[in-house]
Design a protein around this ligand. Structure first.
Ligand code: IGP
Length: 269
């Protein structure tokens, strides 16, 4: 059994428990459920945008504890002030140490910035949660879902006003799962079976992604030069967590990276 199988098995149990505790109708009555959502796609594609999706992540199965002390409101507010285009907040507790309260706190602290609910979505119920907790977009991972599930969940997300980031790791997943009801396509540089990251995965897959989708490169990113290469290859956005969260001041680490990125972009090609 791979770690991903383990996470998904656990997730199905968790969703059943949550649903028993909080019925759908209760989620629909939460104040944020009816709010208009923000477009992450526009935020990363705006020509003035850094394209950075800055992630709040306490721990991960590959790295163990990354940051045990950062406060979610302070960190995400700092990310936005430093120039993040979009925020990503983990809500998976068993493997990533995130909580629904983290997403809600990030929402309250950042009313004008799109927020991704970062979790393993296997059921419509989680889309309702995402909306009720204040998310603007959700992640769907091709490796965990059938193409039919991707299609159904992305349509349901759209009906709720949530955008969808579809995550793929290889050509097969991309060709099989891509559907017009997703808004952004993310290439995960991390192999979820071995945890190794390689930006070659992004460079290889980018030309297979049609221009109708925003293109995001995910994981293992930490230097401006690599970002520049990925931008030139066609990516609109960069999902980055660990490089910031492993420092004592994640927002300052983001500010430094943006500074370096801006410098390298001034260099003639
Ligand atoms: O921390 P990194 O290496 O910068 O990666 C961020 C993000 O891409 C990573 O957290 C991630 C990508 N896909 C996921 C799916 C579930 C949980 C986490 C992830």
């Amino acid at each position: 059994m791979t770690i991903l199988d383990e996470i998904i098995a656990q997730k199905r149990i968790e969703v059943a428990q949550r649903q028993a505790e909080t019925p759908r109708s209760a989620l629909e009555q939460m104040p944020d459920f009816k709010r208009p959502t923000l477009s992450a796609r526009d935020a990363v594609q705006d020509f003035r945008s850094t394209g950075i999706i800055a992630e709040f992540k306490r721990r991960s199965p590959s790295k163990g504890l990354i940051n045990g002390t950062a406060d979610v409101a302070t960190t995400t507010r700092g990310y936005v002030q430093a120039g993040a285009a979009v925020l990503s907040v983990l809500t998976d507790e068993p493997f990533f140490g995130g909580t629904p309260a983290d997403l809600q706190a990030a929402r309250a602290a950042n009313p004008g910035t799109p927020i991704l609910r970062k979790d393993f979505i296997v059921d419509t119920y989680q889309l309702l949660e995402a909306k009720a907790w204040g998310a603007d977009l959700v992640l769907l991972i091709a490796a965990c879902l059938t193409p039919d599930e991707v299609s159904t969940l992305s349509m349901q997300a759209q009906d709720l006003g949530l955008q969808v980031l579809l995550e793929v790791h290889d050509e097969g997943e991309l060709d099989r799962s891509l559907t017009h009801t997703v808004d952004l396509v993310g290439v995960n540089n991390r192999n979820l079976k071995t945890f190794e990251t390689s930006v070659e995965t992004s460079l290889r897959l980018v030309e297979r992604i049609p221009d109708t989708f925003a293109k995001i490169t995910e994981s293992g990113l930490h230097d401006a030069q690599t970002m520049r290469t990925l931008f030139r290859a066609g990516f609109d956005g960069f999902l980055i967590g660990e490089a910031f969260m492993k420092t004592t001041d994640p927002a300052a680490a983001l500010a430094t990276l943006i500074h370096q990125y801006t410098l390298t972009s001034a260099v003639p090609i």
